[in-house]
Structures are given as structure tokens and as C-alpha cells.
Design a protein around this ligand. Structure first.
Ligand code: DQA
Length: 142
């Protein structure tokens, strides 16, 4: 499977940013963790941007390359109908992932406008949210 892995705004600061919520390891460490688990059996492409438009462009550009998507939309999760529509438009199975447990944080984080266009959501498991997200995609496409 060709899997596009998208990291949204501020995830480039992983390791420095709010380590109590997001841990002390970097985005490079996260991508290595995903690669260690799935790099042999799947073709992985990683993308990170702090810009909503760049993420939408990436989804459009990769829509014929990718078989499926794992996305951590960062704070876009909670309000971006633009991103929601882009995920719906590309018509690929998509799993929404979060490092932290967004259901047990501030009120605004409890809402996801992305979930309805995804096949599932994995949250609160740190780096393993991504690993479980890919597992979910594999079960979905089998
Ligand atoms: C996050 C949770 C979001 O609420 C937050 O804005 C992020 C990271 C997570 O991975 O837990 O940037 O998506």
C-alpha cells in the first residue's frame, strides 16, 4: 500500500513543544518509528506543513499516488472545513490520528470536523496512534 502521512501545523516542533502532551521526541523520530513498523511492507510518503493551503495542495497532488492517508491535522482538526472538504474530495480512505487524547483536554479540542470524512480516529497513544492508524487502514482495505 502507498500511504501518505500528513502532519499538520506545529508538529514540526515535536520534542520542544508542550512535552507533557506530545513527548520529547522529534518529528524525525516519529517518522522513523512509523518507518520501523511499516517501511518494509508499505511505501510511505511523509509531509508536514504549518499551512492549511499547503496541506490541501498536498492531498490534491498525491491523490493518484496514494492508496490511503493518515493525517494528524493538529489544530485544523477542530475547525477546518477546508481540510474536511479536501479529504472528502480525494476519495481515499483516511484515518485521523492524534498524539494526545483530545477527548480529555480543553473543550475546543473535543470537537473534530475531520472525523466524519475519515474511516476512523486514533488518539492518545503518542507515536503509536500513527501505528494503529495504519493498522486500521490495512484492516479497512483487506
Ligand atoms: C494534536 C491535538 C490538537 O488539538 C493540537 O492542536 C495539535 C496536536 C495531537 O496530535 O494530539 O497540534 O493533533
Amino acid at each position: 500500500m502507498k500511504i501518505l502521512i500528513v502532519h499538520g501545523p506545529n508538529l514540526n516542533l515535536l520534542g520542544e513543544r508542550n512535552p507533557k502532551q506530545y513527548g520529547t521526541e522529534s518529528l524525525t523520530d516519529l517518522n522513523s518509528h512509523i518507518r520501523e513498523n511499516y517501511g518494509k511492507d508499505h511505501t510511505l510518503k511523509f509531509f508536514q506543513s504549518n499551512s492549511e493551503g499547503a496541506i490541501v495542495d498536498c492531498l490534491h497532488e498525491e491523490r493518484y499516488w496514494a492508496d490511503s492517508i493518515v493525517i494528524n491535522p493538529g489544530a485544523l482538526t477542530h475547525y477546518s472545513y477546508v481540510l474536511r472538504d479536501a479529504i472528502e474530495a480525494v476519495e481515499l480512505p483516511c484515518v485521523e490520528v492524534h498524539l494526545s487524547d483530545i477527548a480529555n483536554r480543553e473543550e475546543f479540542r473535543k470537537i473534530s470536523v475531520i472525523t466524519p470524512v475519515c474511516i476512523g480516529q486514533v488518539k492518545g497513544k503518542g507515536f503509536d496512534s500513527y501505528v494503529e492508524g495504519i493498522q486500521m487502514l490495512m484492516e479497512h482495505t483487506q
